[in-house]
Design a protein around this ligand. Structure first.
Ligand code: PLP
Length: 376
């Protein structure tokens, strides 16, 4: 059994060995892809190969794929680069979408965390100004899949462009740029077993894009700056493996059944609607999420309290808030996310940790109640 049960793949998935090998090779090779000598041409070949691999995982052409510094930059670039002043975003988008369009109109979701399509239709009809609609493929906290085909249908009928943050979807469900019909798709390497600090904006040929950086002509004049060759190589290798899909749904379902059996008041958020198969957002009633995360960490189990947050502090989840989950319940919700190296032993370790914590909390509740009764 490994030293830890790492069940936080939606924060960052561990680096796949093939990605590490590709990165080491690229670092050893060195060079600048824009140099025309042999070393430069080798670096260019590494980037080109990775571009084919990343494009293939979402059914796009290499020329439709722009490497970025991650999902955040891809989201920022799409929102600013599409050139639409009117922007509509769902209430459960990642901060890198919500904060990229501070003037954006927010579209509500229902109690299962699914976009309210009627609200989108009304918003699109409310103005003749052509819009950009940004809706994610799968939510990072709950794993709930969004009705992208319907979003595209409504948006196209209204002359709007569509951006889809597919950071949590790629490698977990089949994704096809052209099949989905979106104009822009954001990807991030570290969610699928590649390195942190690299991602891509994939855009349909012909979709407008105003670059947001000034500098050289890299990425066909769409994203200035010398490419992160090693990171891109790792991204390509991880994408090629992620293209085979992820088969952890049975483990995840088994886990949910076990956790709810132990703590009958536990609630799985979004359980009634299609979700990616690796994610569980679940509350242990009465036990703050931070307490759970720390207690599990002490026994070598890594999970998250809602969204992993850059400041390292746990904040109230805007996703659960948008779903109408009461604050007290949302404060007890954690996110468990499986990935390419998850195995049954990880799940068993989490179940044992959950049971121990739940029993301890119950016992202390009971002894508090007893001592209050004695004091009365
Ligand atoms: N979009 C979603 C849905 C995410 O979950 C994340 C990361 O957590 C991002 C975007 C940002 O990606 P990156 O960490 O590569 O900037």
């Amino acid at each position: 059994m490994s030293a830890r049960a790492y069940l936080d793949h939606n924060a960052t998935s561990p680096l796949r060995p093939a990605a590490l090998d590709a990165m080491v090779d690229a670092l050893r090779a060195g060079g600048n892809p824009s140099s025309i000598h042999g070393v430069g041409r080798k670096a260019r070949a590494i980037v080109d190969k990775a571009r084919r691999e990343v494009a293939a995982v979402v059914g796009a052409l290499p020329a439709e794929t722009i490497f970025t510094s991650g999902g955040t930059e891809a989201n920022n670039l799409a929102l600013s680069g599409a050139g639409r002043r009117r922007v509509l975003v769902s209430a459960i988008e990642h901060d890198s979408v919500r904060r990229a369009g501070p003037q954006a109109e927010i579209l509500p979701v229902d109690g299962d965390g699914v976009l309210d399509l009627a609200a989108l239709e009304r918003a699109l009809a409310a103005s003749a100004e052509p819009a950009l609609v940004s809706v994610m493929l799968a939510n990072n906290e709950t794993g709930v899949l969004q009705p992208i085909a319907e979003v595209v249908r409504l948006a196209q009928a209204a002359g709007a462009l569509v951006h889809c943050d597919a950071v949590q979807g790629v490698g977990r469900v089949p994704v096809d740029l052209h099949g989905l019909g979106v104009d822009y798709l954001s990807l991030s390497a570290h969610k699928l077993g590649g390195p942190t600090g690299v991602g891509a904006l994939v855009l349909r040929s012909g979709a407008p894009l105003q670059p947001d950086r000034r500098g050289g002509g890299q990425e066909s004049n769409r994203r200035a700056g010398t490419e992160n060759v090693a990171g891109i190589a790792g991204f390509g290798a991880a994408a090629a493996q992620a293209a085979c899909g992820l088969d952890v749904t049975a483990l995840r379902d088994q886990l949910e059944v076990a956790l709810v059996q132990i703590a009958p008041g536990a609630k799985v958020f979004g359980v009634k609607t299609p979700r990616i198969g690796n994610t569980t957002c679940i509350s242990m009633p009465g036990v703050p999420a931070e307490t759970q995360v720390m207690a599990f960490d002490l026994v070598g189990v890594c999970i998250s309290a809602g969204a992993a947050c850059s400041s390292g502090k746990v904040q109230r989840s805007p996703v659960l808030e948008a779903m109408g989950v009461p604050a007290a319940e949302a404060g007890c919700a954690t996110r468990i996310s499986l990935g390419w190296n998850s195995e049954a032993a990880d799940i068993e370790r989490l179940i044992a940790a959950w049971q121990n914590l739940y029993i301890r909390v119950r016992q202390s509740d009971i002894s508090h109640t007893d001592s209050r009764a004695r004091a009365a």
